[in-house]
Design a protein around this ligand. Structure first.
Ligand code: PLP
Length: 418
């Protein structure tokens, strides 16, 4: 078939043996589509980041918690992070061993901690008060503490999670107090972790933060591991030829930093990273349908079924996603026009892509939102009582399989008692 504007998905053969039009016809619109081969490549790239042997990758499930997705991640030999009881439950359901899961708790209740303890899942706490809470319910247990080394990075202030202006982590000045609480409850500090923020595109902030947490690691005797966090960025501006994060350079620098520290301290401990977006973002394309076109004063609007109930990132972080256009039409004139692509939610902020220069779009065209595999479906909602989309995988054989059906109206009624 002829696509109008689809360089990226064509280049990576994203849709395998099928195509966006067929997929929408078969599964309805909107639709999240993931490519299993890309997912596997990203897992392997992260697993092979360094040559230091005691190294593992905890995929951050919050970026994409589709069960089939988690199964592939497990099959590739990765471990996982969880942020909630729901995520731990999904990970267990996907066959992860409790020992492969780390619950990264932030302001959680004692009941949530208890769920992890009962399931033999290790917990990372990120404040003195949460460390006390843990000590009270699991005297003598193993614990991980998240530190905030005062370095942050990220694409938007909402996702910078390290540094002096965020709610996360224990500041290094409080190390003596951490030690007091550990002693008071006879806790065994098995690891420390950090996460400086999301979507860095240079190696420097990450390596800086690695050095900071390694300095903190020297304060503790019996650590089994240090977890450096995630945040590895992906190029969202592919149509503008944005450079990729230089992963091999980052790997080399990380390797060198780790080996130097190990040599200096004589501790052959385990190191972890916890990428979410890097593994999942580029595996996903969100498909939707153009339902209306209009000119409102100065602006040309393309109306679609891709409201912020389906993909929230653009309005939450003002983030950019490249847009592709699929239409089976042999002769295409490439008249470019500036359009704003919007959804069908009753709010004026419901904007998917602002002032984009794109080939002329027609009613009925299928739109592709590129790099939608991270923080996409997981952030979708039933706002306006709309149905969250189905999720389809293009599997290793390049064939489509439905992994999660679309919500039904009955799913919306289900929790009601009266
Ligand atoms: C969200 C999160 C990650 C993953 O972040 P990405 O930017 O998706 O790589 C890793 N660690 C923690 C603690 C997080 O909260």
């Amino acid at each position: 078939m002829n696509y109008i504007y689809s360089n990226y998905t064509k280049y990576v053969n994203f849709f395998g043996k099928t195509n966006p039009l067929e997929l929408i016809k078969k599964y309805g619109s909107p639709l999240y589509v993931y490519n299993e081969n890309i997912l596997r490549q990203r897992c392997q790239q992260m697993k092979n980041l360094v040559t230091y042997p005691n190294f593992s990758v905890n995929y951050s499930t919050k970026a994409n918690s589709n069960l089939y997705f988690l199964n592939v991640v497990r099959d590739e030999g990765l471990n996982v992070d969880a942020m909630s009881v729901g995520e731990m439950s999904f990970e267990l359901k996907a066959g992860f061993d409790p020992a492969q899961i780390l619950f990264i708790a932030n302001n959680v209740s004692a009941e949530e901690m208890k769920f992890a303890i009962d399931n033999k899942i290790k917990i990372s706490v990120d404040s003195l008060s949460q460390l006390e809470t843990y000590g009270k319910i699991n005297y003598g247990g193993d614990i991980v503490v998240r530190f905030n080394p005062g370095v942050g990075a990220g694409h938007n202030k909402k996702v910078v999670t390290g540094g002096k202006n965020t709610k996360f982590g224990v500041t290094p000045e409080l190390i003596p107090e951490v030690k007091n609480i550990l002693k008071k409850y006879n806790l065994n500090l098995i690891g420390i972790n950090q996460h400086i923020g999301s979507l860095f595109m240079d190696t420097e902030p990450y390596i800086d933060s690695v050095n900071s947490i390694l300095a903190i690691a020297e304060e503790f005797e019996n650590l089994q591991f240090v977890n450096f966090g995630g945040g590895f960025g992906i190029p969202y501006y592919k149509q503008n030829f944005q450079m990729r994060l230089n992963i091999s350079l980052l790997g080399e620098e990380l390797d060198r930093t780790i080996k130097k520290w190990v040599k200096k301290c004589g501790k052959k401990i385990h190191f972890k990273i916890e990428p979410g977006r890097y593994i999942s973002a580029e595996c996903g394309v969100l498909l939707g349908t153009v339902t209306a076109l209009k000119q409102n004063y100065e602006n040309k609007y393309v109306g679609t079924d891709l409201g912020f109930n389906v993909i929230e990132r653009p309005i939450l972080y003002e983030s950019h996603h490249d847009i592709e256009i699929y239409r089976d039409e042999p002769s295409t004139s490439f008249d470019i026009e500036e359009v704003t692509i919007v959804g069908n939610i009753c709010e004026s902020g419901d904007i998917l892509a602002k002032y984009r220069n794109l080939p002329k779009i027609k009613e009925g065209d299928i739109i592709g939102v590129v790099d939608a595999g991270a923080y996409g479906h997981v952030m979708s909602s039933n706002y306006n009582l709309r149905l969250r989309p189905a999720e389809v995988f293009i599997n290793k054989a390049d064939t489509d399989i439905l992994t999660r059906r679309r919500d039904t109206i009955n799913d919306l009624f289900a929790p009601y008692l009266i």
